[in-house]
Design a protein around this ligand. Structure first.
Ligand code: NAD
Length: 446
């Protein structure tokens, strides 16, 4: 099948590459000329495990093409996938300008007798599929095209991939949600996704609105799970209980499940923060006060800086002039994505207090440099960051931080002090090694 993907960011590049991997010819369109140039010269623009291998193979085979021209991109495509940004606008609701403008442009290009399905993969509020349809029709009507309705269908097909394991998620999705009332589109999407669900994971068909809301509901629920555990962690610190024990005790109940119960310094990323905000805004617009979401957002903002008062108190209100090593900048491991990363907020707060920060992240340093430049210094590796630092702060749970050489750490740090925002280490181990160790929802060691 010929497919066009409009927007070649995290979702667009992963989807496009994975659809090419199953034999489709995919043209990826992006307005960012630099990005298209880089991709066309065989360079992957994001870090995502497994992506490069698929990218190289399909690019070489001519199944993966990049262009800045929407017209060229969609000319031969039966399916057009929108993977465009939907950032929060001024009031927190999803800004649909990218999606709706592209819809107008598509309407200017559709041709008589050339039926296409427009799939919306961006995360969008309920009713967006209808707005996309209206905009495409508007352009078609302006061109005086008759029977414009029959020329296309719009499908809501939210994306559930997780950054860091995006390729794996895309190739073997837990489920595929397809929102459409068109039998023709349903058949086409069934064929498109068949290679991805061979193990029997469900393709769930529903109406467009339900599909749109499913995505927000899933993300908001996961964010709620995280914030709930972070509130339990707050109680643990006050009662002297251990949130890790509670997590294990809770998680072995099938109804609760083991995943997303880790407490820490909050969620970040390009999805949870904006999607929770957008759902809350949508609810307000529908005259409903979604109280839980407000609490989830509030808890998360506080949680990002949860370790700061502990640090200030450790340094006896004299943190200015201290040098802190920071392990982890990405909002989570296995990605270079730093959007809404807790580390960035911590950097802001600490540097404003006169703290010097030397950071290390395996993948995200380039992106941070582009955003904040020399506000902090960047280390060559995780140990270099520790040299002469007054303490280590851990913000991202990269695997390589989990079993470090503690003796080397002790010899490099000015004193053996760790503030761990991701609860990576066992308390008994820290005790044995003689670290001062503060984490989230667990007792202070040392
Ligand atoms: P992104 O910012 O990484 O990529 C968007 C791309 O669209 C950029 O490359 C940008 O240059 C391009 N673009 C903007 N306007 C364009 C236009 N007019 N024509 C062509 N290209 C254009 O965004 P993303 O993370 O891939 O997210 C895209 C959508 O998918 C969002 O709605 C997001 O909420 C949703 N989503 C993201 C994830 C994720 O993990 N990142 C997961 C599921 C869903």
């Amino acid at each position: 099948m010929n497919i066009a993907v409009i927007g070649t960011g995290y979702v667009g590049l992963v989807s496009g590459t994975c659809f090419a991997e199953t034999g489709n010819v995919v043209t990826c369109v992006d307005i960012d000329e630099q990005k298209v140039k880089k991709l066309s010269s065989g360079k992957v623009t994001i870090y995502e495990p497994g992506l490069e291998k698929f990218f190289m193979r399909n690019e070489k085979e001519g199944r993966l093409i990049f262009t800045t021209s929407l017209e060229n991109g969609i000319r031969d495509a039966r399916i057009i996938i929108l993977a465009l940004p939907t950032p929060p606008d001024g009031d927190g609701s999803a800004d649909l300008k990218y999606v709706l403008n592209v819809a107008l442009d598509i309407g200017k290009l559709l041709k008589k007798g050339d039926y296409k399905v427009i799939i919306n993969k961006s995360t969008v509020p309920v009713g967006t599929a209808e707005k996309v349809r209206t905009n495409i029709l508007k352009s078609l009507h302006e061109r005086g095209i008759e029977n414009a309705d029959a020329l296309f269908d719009v499908v809501s097909n939210p994306e559930f991939l997780r950054e860091g394991v995006a390729v794996e998620d895309f190739m073997k999705p837990n489920r595929v949600v397809i929102g459409t009332s068109s039998g023709k589109a349903k058949k086409l999407l069934g064929e498109l996704y068949a290679p991805f669900v061979r193990q029997g994971n469900p393709v769930i068909y529903m109406d467009e609105k339900s599909a749109e809301l499913t995505k927000y509901a899933a993300n908001a629920f996961l964010a709620t799970k995280i914030s709930f555990m972070n509130e339990i962690a707050q109680l643990c610190e006050r009662f002297g209980a251990d949130v890790d024990m509670i997590r294990k005790g809770m998680g072995s109940d099938d109804r609760i499940g083991k995943r997303f119960l880790f407490s820490g310094i909050g969620y970040g990323g390009s999805c949870f923060p904006k999607d929770v905000k957008a759902l809350s805004k949508s609810a307000q617009q529908a005259d409903y006060d979604f109280k839980i979401l407000e609490a989830v957002m509030g808890v998360n903002e506080n949680q990002k800086v949860h370790l700061l008062p502990k640090m200030i108190s450790y340094f006896k209100n004299n943190i200015s002039g201290k040098k802190i090593a920071l392990w982890g900048l990405a909002f989570k491991p296995n990605t270079d994505d730093i959007r809404e990363a807790p580390a960035l907020k911590i950097i802001d707060e600490l540097t404003a207090k006169g703290v010097t920060i030397i950071a290390y992240d395996p993948e995200a340093m380039e992106n941070v440099k582009n955003e904040i430049g020399d506000k902090i210094t960047y280390a060559q590796n995780q140990y270099d960051a520790l040299e002469d630092a007054d303490a280590l702060l851990i913000a991202t749970e990269w695997s390589e931080f989990r079993t470090p050489d503690f003796n080397k750490m002790k010899s490099l740090l000015k004193s053996p002090v760790i503030f761990d925002g991701r609860n990576l280490f066992e308390l008994y181990q820290m005790e044995e090694l003689g670290f001062h160790y503060e984490s989230v929802g667990r007792r202070v060691v040392g």
